[in-house]
Write a protein that binds this ligand. Structure first.
Ligand SMILES: Cc1cc2nc3c(=O)[nH]c(=O)nc-3n(C[C@H](O)[C@H](O)[C@H](O)COP(=O)(O)OP(=O)(O)OC[C@H]3O[C@@H](n4cnc5c(N)ncnc54)[C@H](O)[C@@H]3O)c2cc1C
Length: 379
């Protein structure tokens, strides 16, 4: 049992998340259905239940942005309602750079409102020419006396339509390091910062393209020092990549449970299909693969919270394996449903579409494997 890896307190927290998902999120999911617009009611319920406090420092009343609770929460929310999981993830991705590199004023100003759910946030790294290759970034922040003038664009930004603020990364070339980049907090309404386009993905997602046209960013919105952006971006991904793995485990678990139940009810050749060994083999493989993925996710999170130096490798292993295996499990779960599985409105049909992007965002499976291999080759 994977619970062996969790303390009594962590098990209680996981149970709290499960109960919240069942009792509060399901009714909201039934009311709003598949939507690119994040329901305000969902944000309010998540804020009231304390989910966004996960990302706040302890001295601001938060839970210190610990990786394991973030993973446990995503595991329980993702299989129930994708917008709940993505909202939690983006509040985390958009606040962790501030948690990590922000000064006291920035933390009080931005994190308090993120924690209360008053502000939604996001993380803007990807650009048309900078996907896997972050250094291909073209956005440029030119330093002036009072701040920076930002020009460029961002693509595939989750929750970008709803977000009130966001952390954006841009090049700030330095003598001796022309690729240096910096991290900035941008606030909606800053002149020159526009949501240029909403994108429709195969599963509901608030996804946008952003443009910065001579957008002035005051110096007080710079996170850390000029040139620290790449480090801030990667350290943030170290935490949230493993949590993508957690979400994949949650979605896979939902598909497994649906397939298990369906197999007991569906009768063919005079008996439930669960009695056929071919179906039993599939169920056995799905359950084992999910446990293996979950173990990798928990290991990465526990290592992060203990300050282990192998976190980048563990995070990439968890993200790569859990998203690939989660997709495979959902596919097998759909197969067990037969034709019903591909009909719109069936749970596994939705899960099949929802899980696909997880193998791509926050670094594709191919990039995770390169990080894993390099961690051994460089050692
Ligand atoms: C639903 C969704 C939400 C997202 N949300 C956000 C967000 O909130 N913020 C944000 O900043 N970004 C976000 N992204 C962007 C995401 O992180 C990128 O899509 C991802 O990093 C891949 O970049 P790309 O799409 O440009 O693909 P590319 O980098 O163009 O890759 C194309 C293919 O080439 C492969 N490839 C590339 N380089 C190599 C290599 N060296 N070796 C082997 N294979 C390689 C890739 O694995 C992939 O299969 C989101 C994406 C999606 C789909």
């Amino acid at each position: 049992m994977m619970d062996l890896m969790l303390s009594a307190q962590e098990k209680d927290f996981k149970e709290y998340c499960r109960k919240f998902a069942r009792e509060k999120v399901i009714p909201i999911a039934e009311k709003y259905g598949e939507t690119d617009d994040i329901p305000k009611e969902l944000v309010a319920a998540m804020a009231k239940a304390g989910f966004f406090q996960l990302f706040l420092p302890e001295d601001l009343g938060g839970r210190g942005a610990k990786a394991l609770p973030i993973c446990l929460a995503r595991e329980e929310l993702a299989g129930v309602y994708c917008p709940a999981d993505v909202t939690l993830a983006m509040q985390g991705l958009g606040s962790y750079p501030i948690f990590l590199a922000g000064n006291r004023d920035q933390k009080e100003k931005f994190l308090s409102k993120i924690g209360s759910g008053e502000w939604l946030t996001t993380y803007a790294l990807t650009e048309p020419e900078a996907g896997s290759d972050v250094n291909g970034m073209r956005s440029l922040a030119k330093e002036e006396a009072e701040g920076f003038v930002l020009n460029g664009s961002k693509r595939f930004i989750s929750n970008g339509y709803a977000a009130d603020i966001l952390v954006a990364f841009a090049k700030t070339p330095l003598d001796g390091n022309p690729k240096a980049m910096s991290a900035f907090v941008l606030e909606k309404g800053m002149p020159g910062f526009v949501v240029a386009k909403r994108l429709r993905a195969m599963a509901p997602h608030d996804l946008v393209e952003l443009e910065f046209n001579h957008c002035f960013v005051p110096r007080k919105n710079l996170l850390g020092k000029v040139g620290e952006g790449f480090k801030i971006a990667m350290k943030t991904l170290d935490v949230f990549r493993m949590s993508v793995g957690a979400a994949a485990v949650g979605i896979g678990q939902a598909a497994f449970e649906a397939a298990l139940n369906y197999s007991k009810k569906r009768v063919q050749f005079g008996s439930s299909i669960a009695k056929f060994q071919a179906i039993q083999l599939k169920l056995a493989e799905m359950a084992t693969e999910l446990d293996a993925a979950r173990a990798l996710v928990y290991r990465a999170a526990i290592a992060k919270d203990r300050g282990d130096s192998n976190v980048p490798r563990f995070a990439s292993m968890a993200k790569f394996y859990a998203t690939e295996i989660g997709f495979h499990v959902v596919d097998q779960g759909l197969q067990i449903h037969g034709g019903i599985g591909v009909i719109q409105g069936s749970l596994v049909e939705r899960l099949y579409r929802e899980i696909r992007a997880l193998r791509i965002y926050e670094g594709t499976s191919e990039i995770q494997k390169l990080i894993i291999a390099n961690s051994f080759l460089k050692a």
